[in-house]
Design a protein around this ligand. Structure first.
Ligand code: UD1
Length: 429
């Protein structure tokens, strides 16, 4: 199993190209199941989760091809992929494929909408507390699906097709909103989604579906209206930049000091995180190339945060921000409101010398003067990158084990950081 070795202390200086967003790429790829025409996605990140989803979609009959590298293309440029589900050959998504990635459960929506049936294993994914799918199933039921759970599988049926309906989410759910939009796009009649997730990735999916011929209005706000259409076409769509990757590197430079241009990302995608980093002592500016984050001389100020659905502080940046706060001049409180049990990084950060106390859904972080390198273990995607951030500022050497979690969501992480002066390398095997 690969490890990442980091010798801390170097400031980050340079340009980091921001990849396409994993959390946009996955639902966009799944949307290819809605049509028998080709969906072309540009700026698709090279990630383990993307490859895993290619396997899952392949099982349903999606042909996948990637354009070769063009002359003059940068090594880190995202890829252009073509997905075509001319025919759905299997409406079952089996356990051994779905259990590795929670988002793959979302195939239930296009399979059901296009084929009138789907049999999808209950999901797995990151070990961050119980992550039920009750709201996703509720949304499908509101559109007329009959749902049963049989031997660990969700069996959804709508033999006469789905019908528009009113879906009120009692809690904001990104996956629930994706599923509702995809299903309603091909339903008979109109659907109204209330308390929809406002995440930029929801808007990105809606934009792509509309290019495919869907009639979706209001995505990006909490009310989405969809008028169902009989069929969808192919389209060409560019995956939006990864705000979580950008926020991660922004936090890294706030940690080490230095000057980084996050190329290709807009501040409005992660404004709340940038505001928090400014409060912590970083300087943030933006222009048409991207977002620049610097921190010179001054130390890190403690800031309290609480995670919230977009546009609030993203839960996917909570662990990274906690790593930063371990070096703040004082005490900060970090409250996790989206997922229970999303504090697995706490004990690993402690191995580097962090002082963190947990009180229910809040971590109380007492900043320390120095962190010291140690072997640590990655437990989930975002937790593992928080260890990288801490290691960049720790004295001596840190080895991050189980980096396959990082590979699920960060494209060429060690190359991007090394190009900016970090002393980081991957040790294979
Ligand atoms: C997505 C993101 C993930 C991010 C999360 C919250 C992708 C691939 N993943 O995950 O990175 O951390 O949004 O921003 O885009 N819930 C229920 N019942 C349900 C569905 C969700 O109770 O049926 C709960 C969850 O347990 C959680 C909350 O709702 O407490 C939000 O989850 P949700 O927004 O659905 O997360 P995902 O879409 O799985």
């Amino acid at each position: 199993m690969d490890r990442i070795q980091i010798r801390g202390g170097a400031k980050l200086q340079g340009v980091i190209p921001v990849s396409g967003a994993k959390n946009a790429a996955l639902p966009l790829m799944i949307a290819s199941l809605l049509t028998d025409q080709t969906l072309t996605l540009e700026n698709l990140p090279r990630l383990a989760d993307v490859s895993q989803l290619v396997r899952i979609l392949g099982n349903h009959g999606v042909d996948y091809s990637v354009d070769g590298k063009r002359l003059g293309e940068e090594a880190m440029a995202g890829q252009t992929a073509h997905l075509r589900a001319s025919a759905i050959v299997d409406t079952t998504a089996p356990y051994d494929l779905v259990s590795r990635m929670r988002a793959s459960f979302w195939v239930v929506a296009p399979l059901l909408a296009r084929m009138g049936e789907a049999r999808v294993s209950l999901p797995g994914g990151c070990a961050i507390g119980t992550r039920p799918v009750d709201l996703l199933l509720m949304a499908l039921e509101k559109l007329g699906a009959e749902i049963a759970i049989e031997n660990g599988y969700v069996v959804a049926r709508a033999p006469k097709g789905l019908c528009g309906g009113e879906i009120v989410f009692p809690k904001v759910t990104v996956g629930g909103t994706h599923v509702a939009m995809m299903a309603a796009a091909l339903a008979h009649g109109s659907t109204l989604i209330s308390n929809a997730a406002r995440e930029p990735e929801v808007k990105d999916l809606a934009d792509c579906l509309n290019k495919m011929g869907a009639r979706i209005k209001g995505a990006g706000s909490s009310t989405i209206e969809i008028v169902g259409v009989a069929r969808l076409d192919g389209a060409r769509h560019r995956v939006l930049p990864d705000r979580i990757e950008a926020g991660t590197y922004a936090t890294a430079v706030a940690m080490t000091g230095g000057d980084i241009l996050l190329e290709g990302v807009q501040p409005d995608l992660f404004q709340e995180a940038l505001d928090v980093l400014s409060q912590a002592g970083a300087h943030v500016s933006s222009d048409n190339r991207g977002v620049r984050v610097t921190r010179n001389g001054s130390g890190i100020a403690p800031v309290d945060i609480s995670t919230a659905p977009f546009p609030g502080f993203p839960t996917d940046l909570q662990a990274q921000f906690m790593a930063l706060m371990t070096r703040a001049r004082g005490v900060s409180r970090i409250t996790e409101t989206i997922f229970e049990n999303r504090f697995m990084h706490v004990q690993e950060l402690a191995r580097l010398g962090a002082r963190i106390k947990l009180e229910g859904d809040t971590a109380i972080v007492e900043g320390v003067d120095r962190l010291a390198g140690a072997p640590v273990m990655a437990t989930d995607l975002r937790a593992s990158v928080s260890l990288v951030i801490a290691a960049l500022a720790a004295e001596g050497e840190t080895t991050v084990n189980r980096v396959y979690h990082l590979d699920r969501g960060f494209e060429r992480l060690e190359h991007k950081l090394a190009a900016c002066g970090a002393d980081i390398e991957r040790i294979s095997g």
